[in-house]
Design a protein around this ligand. Structure first.
Ligand SMILES: *[C@@H]1O[C@H](CO)[C@@H](O)[C@H](O)[C@H]1NC(C)=O
Ligand SMILES: *[C@@H]1O[C@H](CO)[C@@H](O)[C@H](O)[C@H]1NC(C)=O
Ligand SMILES: *[C@@H]1O[C@H](CO)[C@@H](O)[C@H](O)[C@H]1NC(C)=O
Ligand SMILES: *[C@@H]1O[C@H](CO)[C@@H](O)[C@H](O)[C@H]1NC(C)=O
Ligand SMILES: *[C@@H]1O[C@H](CO)[C@@H](O)[C@H](O)[C@H]1NC(C)=O
Length: 474
């Protein structure tokens, strides 16, 4: 007894301090990008940067140069373009200072036009032609830090540094002195132009990425009256080669501005799955969904057709409800079903379970009017299984057990076994198939647009569901 009391106090104390510690925004969906996911993101980013910047036009360079035996020559390089970049080795690292992407020993190919003029006695001598430049040993280091800014993810700092070891210049045509003249006068300039413009291009791309991140919607509408809160909750956590972000994930009544809040389920243990992304969805998300759908009066259905599409009639129920058939032979019947309170969802390693309190009214068409002939109250326990359908989390429910009571009836007292049979038929043949039709469509998972998911899997854990997946670009 005393021990139980101590335990209760301890539990209360712990949960109180937890809720104090988490009095600020909390996330109920966490998205963890693993080492393989970061590798994928890195390669994707590098490919994107190259394909959207190449060819890169660099500014013209012009100079007066003193050439032995000739004198002052005005030389210019124009139409300088980087038209190819080859990255062989790159790394991504995470740590206290942010996410660091480094490229080492990349090469680039440039093309350019050269021209010169100088005065010799009374003549103006000029010539022009083209040249190619091979950039060797280009090292790049880019660092970003990400923060949560009022529910959006924002790049707080970005740095980019580019260093070129050496270049090789090949000149087509021109006088014999030209090659050395260009190397002496322009080598350093070409290197610094490449260095500055390449890092500026990368900073430019990061700026775009930042506006993209900030333009991500903070809410996603599911339908007319339900939405999901996609606000980021807290700064990303940089682990040892992983990045984890949390989003609220709770369902909300759409467009109402009502703030849904949930308490944190104890945190989900993540295992060591090697797939690129792990999305952990807490039990709270499921419970917020049932609450919002319940409040929006969406947990009510009237069914007047059987699974095969034929109209329900008392004649079909002759065997399980003989009294009904006797009083109302061959008339249409309807089942009006309402969930009486938001279903409570709980998740363990064994899967998802929920308890649903359902009020069932058996109605018949009686000389033009709908007449309620009996009312059954049932509590059913269902097991849910989740699955991935496209980029949605879909699922289905299956009946575990149920109880039922007849609340009142116009067709006389029914035996308990009849009530059980009727309820079982209603649940198995009508209610669950209808609910499952909806659940089959699923709810969107926070995967980025423009990618497909593959090798997706579902892991049930204490208090949550984890979706693990790899990502591929189209
Ligand atoms: C934070 O975001 C909300 C909407 O998501 C907006 O109404 C509010 O003005 C923002 N606050 C600041 C300080 O930007
Ligand atoms: C390109 O490099 C040159 C030389 O360093 C610099 O003057 C210019 O501002 C750079 N342009 C861009 C867009 O980075
Ligand atoms: C959405 O979630 C964020 C983060 O938990 C929270 O600050 C915000 O109030 C929520 N918005 C609504 C409309 O509930
Ligand atoms: C449809 O199902 C009902 C029972 O649910 C049955 O009585 C009826 O014969 C079926 N109709 C067809 C066309 O299969
Ligand atoms: C049905 O089950 C619920 C939940 O276990 C319980 O509250 C209710 O009393 C039960 N009803 C009957 C008639 O057994």
């Amino acid at each position: 007894m005393a021990l139980a009391k101590v335990m209760t106090i301890l539990v209360l104390f712990v949960s109180a301090s937890l809720s104090f510690a988490q009095s600020k925004d909390i996330g109920h969906i966490s998205i963890r990008v693993s080492e393989t996911g970061l590798e994928f993101a890195k390669d994707f980013f590098i490919r994107e940067v190259i394909s959207t910047t190449i060819p890169l036009q660099l500014p013209n360079i012009e100079k007066k140069v003193k050439i032995p035996l000739i004198g002052k020559v005005r030389m210019g390089l124009s139409n300088i373009r980087i038209y190819a970049v080859d990255v062989q080795s790159s790394r991504i690292e995470t740590g206290g200072n942010g996410i660091v992407l480094s490229v080492s020993g990349a090469t680039a190919d440039l093309s350019m036009d050269w021209s010169y003029t100088y005065k010799a006695s009374f003549f103006q001598i000029s010539d022009h032609g083209d040249a190619s430049v091979k950039v060797k040993g280009m090292d790049l280091k880019t660092t970003v830090t990400l923060v949560d800014d009022n529910g959006s993810l924002k790049i707080a700092t970005r740095e980019s540094d580019c260093k070129v070891k050496s270049i090789g210049i090949h000149i087509n045509g021109g006088a014999s002195w030209l090659y050395q003249g260009v190397v002496d006068a322009f080598e350093k300039n070409i290197i610094s132009t490449v260095e500055n413009n390449v890092s500026n291009q990368i900073l430019e791309k990061l700026k775009k990425l930042d506006s993209f991140l900030q333009s991500l919607p903070k809410e996603r509408k599911i339908d007319g009256n339900v939405a999901v809160n996609l606000s980021f909750a807290g700064n990303p956590v940089l682990g040892d080669s992983s990045v984890e972000v949390e989003i609220s994930g709770l369902f909300l009544p759409s467009g109402s501005g009502v703030v849904a809040s949930g308490h944190r389920s104890s945190s989900i243990s993540r295992g060591d799955d090697k797939r690129m992304v792990a999305i952990s969805i807490e039990e709270e998300v499921f419970n917020s969904a049932t609450l919002v759908y319940f409040d929006a009066k969406r947990m009510h259905m009237v069914i007047d057709k059987s699974k095969n599409g034929s109209t329900l009639a008392t004649s079909d129920w002759k065997l399980i409800l003989p009294e009904l058939y006797k009083l109302y032979p061959d008339v249409r019947m309807m089942l009006d079903m309402s969930v009486a309170s938001p279903p409570d969802v709980s998740i363990t390693e064994n899967g998802i379970e929920a308890a649903i309190h359902l009020e069932i009214s058996i109605d018949v068409q009686n000389s033009g009017a709908v007449l309620s002939v009996a009312r059954i109250s049932s509590v059913l326990n269902v097991a849910g299984s989740a699955e991935i359908a496209e980029k949605n989390l879909a699922g289905s429910l299956r009946l575990l057990d149920f109880n039922a009571t007849m609340k009142w009836s116009r067709i006389g007292e029914l035996q308990a076994s009849y009530i059980k049979d009727v309820t079982s038929t209603i649940l198995e043949e009508l209610f669950l198939p209808n609910v499952n039709t909806r659940l089959k469509r699923g709810f969107p998972l926070p995967f980025p647009h423009g990618f497909t998911i593959k090798n997706a899997g579902i892991v049930y854990v204490e208090n949550g569901v984890m979706v693990v997946s790899d990502i591929a670009s189209y």
